[in-house]
Design a protein around this ligand. Structure first.
Ligand code: PEP
Ligand code: MN
Length: 346
């Protein structure tokens, strides 16, 4: 249920409504718009709850039940788009943010070189996995903390924010020391224990769609993060499993307008895992921007033929550079622009 306060309601009225809702057993989440405050009351309704009691409180304009199972992630709770700030970087406004880098951090030289290349091409965020969820236990599992240190060094040197995956609660503390955005991988979208922990931190989270998750399940996973008080959540469409096997996954670009109608959270598209093949990445990246995505996460490698993971879906740096120049033409057609190039994003 959301409680919409009257325009410029008194702070004492907002507090009074908040206290009443809490006394009824609700968790109260506040969203301040330009003129109006909206309170989201989440939790089980007690038998003694009567909506009219809230409607009659001073300063209340209306009480609207949210019928969807996700509340804080819904447009009803927050009508405007959520804009996440990371230093000078904005995610979710009328700009498109570019996250690029290797699937995995392999060594210091590799990440330093790729960071320089993607920065030159116009990227804002450096991606790179230090903890890798691999299908085979015998595949390269990532460098762990050493990889995160190299990522941080590369991000600081080239003025890039950094994103890396946290696979487990036990890795959270070390990830928080280094990264600007915590990535939750597709395989972990419904790891509720991890989501609850990430709800307690105050760092942005990129939540990848599970490979067999419906959009509603994905938004419910976002709700876990927000219910804990972490509102800086972005969603990432990375393809779902279908019967098709010419591509690694089926990139569901229709999720972009669907999510944008249902939710206020930014949506990022990963055409690398979404297609699994280098030659399919640029067309789908262009399509994602045309469909209104707030950003892209793309695998780029300086030497994809020798990459330790996902080389086949990684762009060569020159291909990424060319793609960025195309995106600069496409974005204005949908009233967006590529986020400006800044020497230092943090
Ligand atoms: C990744 O981004 O490297 C990754 C493992 O992605 P996903 O969780 O979408 O498979
Ligand atoms: Mn990968």
């Amino acid at each position: 249920m959301v409680i919409v306060m009257k325009d410029h309601a008194e702070e004492t009225d907002v507090k009074n409504v908040t206290d009443r809702l809490k006394s009824l057993g609700f968790d109260v989440h506040r969203s301040d718009g330009v003129t109006r405050t909206v309170l989201g009351a989440v939790g089980e309704k007690r038998p003694e709850f009567d909506r009219r009691d809230i409607e009659l409180l001073p300063g209340v304009l209306e009480v609207i039940p949210i019928t969807k199972p996700y509340k804080l992630a819904s447009r009803e709770f927050h009508a405007d788009d959520t804009v996440i700030s990371i230093g000078n970087l904005k995610i979710g406004d009328d700009t498109v943010v570019l996250m690029a880098g290797p699937c995995a951090v392999e060594n210091r030289d590799q990440i330093m070189l790729i960071a320089e290349q993607v920065k030159k091409a116009g990227a804002h965020v450096l991606r790179g996995g230090a903890f890798k969820p691999r299908t085979s236990p015998y595949s390269f599992q990532g460098l762990g903390e050493e990889g995160l240190k190299y990522m941080r060094e590369a991000g600081d040197k080239f003025g890039l924010a950094i994103i890396s995956e946290v696979m487990d609660v036990s890795q959270l503390e070390v990830c928080l020391k280094y990264v600007d955005i915590l990535q939750v991988g597709a395989r972990n979208m419904q790891n509720f224990i991890l989501l609850r922990e990430l709800g307690k931190v105050r760092k942005p989270v990129l939540l990848k769609r599970g490979m067999s998750a419906t959009i509603e399940e994905w938004l419910m996973a976002a709700e876990y993060l927000m219910a804990g008080g972490n509102y800086d959540v972005m969603l990432c469409e990375r393809g779902i499993r279908t019967f098709e096997n010419y591509t690694r996954n089926t990139l569901d670009l229709s999720a972009i307008p669907v999510v944008q109608k249902l939710s206020h959270l930014p949506i990022i598209v990963d055409p690398s895992h979404g297609t699994g093949r280098r030659d399919k990445v640029a067309p789908m990246a262009r399509a994602a921007v045309a469909a209104g995505a707030n950003g892209l996460e793309i695998e780029v490698h300086s030497d994809p033929d020798h990459a330790m993971s996902d080389g086949a879906q990684s762009l060569y740096p020159e291909q990424f550079e060319e793609l960025v120049s195309e995106l600069k033409i496409i974005a204005p057609a949908v009233k967006k622009k590529i986020q400006p190039y800044l020497d230092n994003l943090l």
